[in-house]
Design a protein around this ligand. Structure first.
Ligand SMILES: Nc1ncnc2c1ncn2[C@@H]1O[C@H](COP(=O)(O)OP(=O)(O)O)[C@@H](O)[C@H]1O
Ligand SMILES: [Mg+2]
Length: 443
């Protein structure tokens, strides 16, 4: 049985007749064929697989049975694809030139507040970091922090007020300014914050509130909205940039609809195909590798424009190529990378993973409409109403997805915002395997 055929089985019949526990090898690992493995597989059966009783998809090729890579080469791949850090250098930010320019002209030149919204992993923090670099070059004081769910208005603002450099304030007023900041506390109001900001004379200050969607407290949301309005009305040299999920905008303007006039809104919509290609090529280039055209296309299709997924899937694909001793990351390496990524995600999300297996196996009807729905959710921007577009009937969606979909969300959303790409990955793996059986797979 070939690797692709194994994948076909993985996608359609994860709990097939030959369960691992039926035929264990010496280390407990069993190949899909039921053959005990020699313990040197490039894909040892990991915790997630064994917990779920999934078969292993270790490549059976003998030349892969021993690790063929030096740790430093793998390290270079981890660093090159770095999925854990936002981008902060302008040259590394792909496909966002328009959004950066809009935020700069809105916040710096038109003196609006900014709102940056988009799903998790779409590059919001990266976008504001790069915006911050440009603003800094213009001599603007940029203060950045991430919000925390339990913060109060006083705590949130105090942290920023303390960072305002004394040089921004009239020298005769520095003492008063310091006193006001010191006495700013838990109970302080938006009016008090405004009177402190009113002392800023010699700098433009931009305050970035990242992860604003972690603030659920309506009182805090209302106070921030009032503060933004007071600052705009008083034409102070201070602007806020709020960063959060797709509802960040609504949460703020709900309080003061007139704020609309003072806000520049930018959303991190899915990256265009060319930007995903550039991102993948630059990561591969950094570790001395390159994607084949077919490999890159497959990654682009599955990532749905999400830079997080493109980097993560790309990293696993590069590692797979390295294990095979290749510098080129072929379509097969990408498929292996998707499999590895899915396994890694399964270990944290067993329930949704089992649901996706059931969908791809056809156990819940034709998988195509569900996979298509996942693609639409993954690429939805906050202006689009998914519910308005044709979709599988809601009862069928509920029966297929169960708790993987958050039924209370409007529009429809996955409970784990990163999940749709994993369903698409699994579906691709099964389609690739059937193409492979017909002998039409490209490198
Ligand atoms: N435009 C981009 N070009 C290249 N990589 C990006 C881009 N936007 C985000 N990334 C990468 O994607 C991942 C998620 O980005 P991040 O800014 O943390 O997203 P968010 O704040 O929306 O959750 C990070 O690894 C980051 O380096
Ligand atoms: Mg972020």
């Amino acid at each position: 049985m070939t690797w692709y055929m194994n994948v076909a089985q993985f996608a359609t019949d994860p709990f097939g007749a030959k369960r691992p526990r039926d035929q264990e090898g010496e280390n407990g690992a069993v190949s899909y064929d039921g053959e005990p493995m020699n313990g040197h597989s490039a894909y040892p059966l990991d915790g997630a697989s064994s917990q779920l009783g999934l078969p292993s998809f270790a490549r059976q090729d003998s030349h892969l049975s021993a690790p063929a890579w030096a740790p430093s080469a793998a390290d270079r791949i981890y660093q090159a694809f770095d999925v854990s850090q936002p981008v902060d250098q302008p040259q590394d930010l792909r496909g966002r030139a328009k959004q950066v320019a809009r935020l700069l002209s809105g916040v710096i030149h038109r003196r609006n507040h900014g709102i940056v919204s988009g799903p998790r992993g779409s590059g919001k923090t990266s976008l504001v970091r790069v915006f911050g670099q440009y603003a800094d070059r213009e001599g603007i004081v940029v203060l950045y922090a991430a919000c925390d769910g339990g913060t109060t208005f006083g705590e949130l603002l105090r942290g920023y007020l303390e960072q305002i450099p004394p040089s921004s304030v009239d020298p005769d007023e520095v003492e008063l300014f310091d006193q006001r900041v010191l006495s700013f506390g838990l109970e302080s109001s938006p009016h008090q914050a405004t009177s402190i900001f009113a002392q800023i004379k010699y700098s433009q200050v931009v305050i970035v509130l990242d992860e604003f969607d972690r603030v659920f407290d309506p009182v805090l949301q209302a106070k921030v909205a009032s503060l933004l309005k007071l600052i705009s009305d008083a034409r102070l040299p201070v602007r806020f940039v709020l960063v959060g999920g797709n509802n960040a905008f609504l949460d703020v303007v709900r309080e003061h609809p007139s704020l609309m006039r003072h806000v520049t809104r930018v959303s991190t919509a899915p990256l265009a195909r060319e930007a995903v290609f550039e991102l993948l090529d630059s990561c591969a280039d950094r570790c001395g590798m390159q994607f084949s055209a077919a490999g890159r296309e497959l990654l682009d299709e599955v990532a749905c424009g999400s830079p997080y997924h493109a980097r993560l899937f790309g990293m696993h694909a590069a590692l797979a190529a390295l294990r095979g001793g290749d510098i080129e990351i072929s379509q097969q390496a990408v498929a292996e990378g998707l499999y590895e990524s899915f396994e890694e995600w399964s270990s944290l999300n067993g329930e949704d993973s089992a649901t996706f297996h059931a969908i791809c196996s056809g156990a819940r009807g034709d998988p195509a409409p569900f996979v298509e729905l996942a693609g639409r959710i993954a690429t939805a921007t906050d202006d689009e109403q998914l519910v308005d577009r044709p979709a599988p009937d809601p009862q069928a969606v509920e029966a297929a997805f169960g708790s993987a979909i958050d039924r209370s969300a409007e529009p429809i959303a996955f409970r784990d915002a990163t999940a749709p790409q994993y369903l698409i990955a699994l579906h691709h793996l099964s389609r690739l395997s059937s193409r492979e059986q017909k002998g039409t797979v490209r490198a």
